[in-house]
Design a binder for this molecule. Structure first.
Ligand code: ADP
Ligand code: MG
Length: 437
């Protein structure tokens, strides 16, 4: 008896709240416009409501659309995307939210980022080129991609809000690009087909932000499915959705908050080195390299190049093995693949750092009895995040223990404090039309 009464009172209270808050009417009448899958509950709704409120405050009108794009972690397949290899990203429940509405001035784009606390204005009739401050280039590049395809854009006001930490390997950059593309699709009425949207966004990052990234980030942000990992073949761009057993497993993300200076230059050097090894061996990319061919190349490659190539060949195999173990619920072996991947990135590809190694070692110490199955660095390296495959019921204890121990042991060191969270899988990018009621 008590339950129906409580429910009734709850519904009445909620309805009363709505009718007394006109802003809520905007939110309540949102309709999913694209990618009609169910929204992730909780943080997506609160982030969406927050961006609508911030837009209304800044631009003094209701937004027409909200574009939402997740961040992602790569479970395995480290530094193989630009070698046309096999990667396994999963979108996580940290998002970029962009609210947008047609502006009063035709041909003028006004963009504000809450995180940067900065705005910029673009005249769509003028040729678009990279400019300062640098964050604007992720947006400019995408706008340029639309204009260069002959897509007409109306004058627009856009407000960017985000719950993805920047520069930590959770791909806030691709998320910003794909969310921008979503708003431009909605505003122009032209939907990009197939792979065109992630490709346009990747090109924006190359040409405007000057980051020579692979296709993984933009593909995962665009095509992710909740409760799934995305097995992406970066050679033929094919995708397989692989179920993540979220009932038993969870993914802990520990952000070291460290970003070593050399991270960008070392990334570019690794790319160049892989390209030069392929050229030396007469291959299109390191994806074509086999163990036999690698063995024969000992005389042709210096020691470091050999190690780099060895990492790529084995990491591609590890991605497939990890998928196999996950499909067969052999989580212990799946976890081992993560530890192996980290060791290879540390020793052969040399993109880890002391802070990431310490976190992975801590995961090993907690071990199976504490609920940790495996761990590795994720992203470009030299800082950023470590991911841990953990038993769901122990996940939050694992995060607290590892973060507390790490911060305690580093109390006397001049390093940032780490933070962590249990990441839930997220749906790929989507756009919501806001109909004012
Ligand atoms: P990651 O993609 O791993 O987060 P990157 O260095 O590739 O790291 O991209 C981070 C950059 O993306 C930021 O320095 C900033 O220029 C841009 N960016 C991401 N999110 C936002 C945001 N909400 N507002 C403005 N710029 C952003
Ligand atoms: Mg990035």
């Amino acid at each position: 008896m008590l339950l129906p009464v409580t429910l009734l009172l709850g519904c009445w209270g909620f309805a009363h709240f709505l009718f007394n808050h006109p802003f809520c009417l905007t939110i309540c009448s949102v309709i999913v416009l694209m990618n009609a899958d169910i929204l992730n509950k909780g943080c997506v709704e609160s982030g969406r409501d927050a961006v609508i409120a911030k837009f209304e405050k800044r631009f003094n009108c209701n937004p027409d659309f909200v574009s939402i794009a997740p961040g992602r972690v790569n479970l395995i397949g480290g530094h193989v995307d630009y070698n046309r290899g096999l990667v396994l990203p999963m979108a996580v429940d940290r998002h970029t939210f962009i609210a947008g509405a047609k502006g009063e001035e035709a041909g003028i784009l006004t963009v504000h980022s809450i995180r940067e606390n900065e705005s910029f204005v673009v005249d769509l009739a003028c040729p678009m080129s990279p400019a300062q401050p640098n964050w604007t280039n992720y947006v400019r590049g995408v706008v340029h991609g639309f204009l260069s395809r002959g897509i007409e854009l109306p004058g627009l006001n856009m407000l960017i809000d985000s719950t993805i930490p920047s520069g930590s390997g959770l791909s806030s950059s691709a998320s910003l690009e794909v969310a921008t593309a979503g708003i431009l699709e909605a505003a122009s009425g032209v939907m990009l087909k197939g792979n065109e949207k992630p490709k346009l966004c990747q090109q924006a990052e190359h040409e405007f932000a000057n980051v020579p990234c692979g296709i993984m980030d933009q593909f995962s942000v665009t095509f992710a499915k909740r409760e799934h990992m995305l097995l992406l073949d970066c050679r033929d761009e094919s995708i397989e959705q692989v179920a993540f057993d979220h009932e038993h497993l969870a993914l802990a993300v520990i952000n070291s908050q460290v970003r070593h200076e050399l991270s960008q230059s070392e990334y570019a050097m690794r790319r160049e080195s892989c390209e030069s090894i392929s050229t030396t061996l007469g291959l299109e990319s390191l994806r074509e390299l086999t163990w036999n061919r690698l063995e024969q190349s000992r005389g042709q490659l210096d020691e470091l190049s050999f190690l780099r190539a060895e990492h790529v060949v084995r990491e591609n195999e590890r991605t497939l093995e990890f998928v196999h173990y996950m499909k067969n619920a052999d989580w212990f072996q799946a976890g081992e693949m993560l530890y192996q991947s980290h060791a290879s990135l540390r020793e052969k590809f040399q993109v880890s750092c002391a802070e990431l190694d310490e976190l992975v070692d801590a995961a090993r110490q907690v071990g199976l009895t504490g609920g940790v199955l495996g761990a590795r660095m994720t992203g470009a390296g030299f800082g950023g995040c470590v991911i841990m495959l953990v038993e769901r019921e122990k996940a939050s204890d694992v995060v607290s223990k590892i973060v507390e121990d790490y911060n305690r042991s580093g109390a006397t060191l001049s390093r940032p404090r780490a933070s962590g969270f249990v990441a839930e899988s997220a749906e790929g990018a989507q756009v919501i039309k806001c109909a004012v009621g």
